[in-house]
Ligand binder design. Sequence first.
Ligand code: PEP
Ligand code: MN
Length: 387
Amino acid sequence: MSISTYNTLVSWGLKPLPGTALICIAGPCAAESEEQVMTIAAAMKAQGVSAMRAGVWKPRTRPGSFEGMGATALPWLQRVRHELGIKVATEIATPAHAEAALEAGLDILWIGARTSANPFAMQELAEALKGTSVPVFVKNPVNPDLNLWLGAIERLQRAGLAKVAAILRGFSTQHPGELRNDPAWNIAVDFRQKMPQIPLLCDPSHIAGRRDKILLLSQQAIDLDCDGLMIEVHPKPDSALSDAKQQLSPPEFVQLLAQLQPREHEKAAENNLKLKALRTQIDELDHELLCTIAKRMETVRQISRLKQQDNMTALQSQRWNTILTQMRQEGSQLGLPPALVEEIARLLHQQALEIQLAAGGFPRPNSGGESHPKRDAHSEGVRCQDG
Ligand code: PEP
Ligand code: MN
């Protein structure tokens, strides 16, 4: 976990799982009955979870499926708070939901992926939530658009909300593999960079869509520095009215917690020294990589001049095929993942083409009309060794 954002969650009154520095919000996808909610709340309290989740209003992709019990379920959540003393969280999607949930005194609200994708809905929610000190968690939008997610959070911040956090729940994909949603961890990494002060949880249940992948995804989220988890738990998952395949039974949830490996941010001094040495090595390797790329680009410029003299096209498809084949082969001999090698090859080739098109006086339309001035690594203060 990131020390400061984790501390922020703690300062909002969220207690970590016992013996860990991990916040955990867990409970059923939907509040289905008073008995179900009370059963799960007791089980979650026994595990020391930070808050119980239960959807009251369910945003369903297709109409006709269970859309939540609505306001009928609010007194059940109030009973959980009063009788068991555990915090409760629910999803809001409209100003009317926000008003009802605040009126009921719920402890935490979250905004779902279908709502955070809509700036109009976010703006209306921001207005409705003005002045509240209740923590609001914003799930990533269904589509992999970091700016849309950031914008949803900014709308709440501009309305003056001080307690805003985020939840990574994965992104819809046209090509679902084993998982219901693509975790796109790189977007979480970028999110951290753009909003380093905002706590970030991960919802492995909605990423997975199936219960056998939740442990792996939870561990990956911890290893990627998430401050906590939101997990769906149901007394009888198979007969759940929504998201049946991804909910864990209470014993499965207990087992998951036992198997999770909490990580530490800083280790003992001895390990840190080793880490420091290895990081220095990484910095040197990155420097070499950049120097190599700069040299490659200089070579491309020379090629570009020759091609211009001979009036040749910038793109030489056969040559590009040869490069790609060679790189794939070498990459596989070196044990590098094929997708990585291809991505690097494509980026390098794309850049080479841009240099040549610009030299020919035809900058690509989306390059902002800029030409590519000849850059010299030496002149910009970076020292690259020759040879
Ligand atoms: C949920 O938490 O049950 C839910 C509907 O989530 P999402 O908005 O991530 O689909
Ligand atoms: Mn759900």
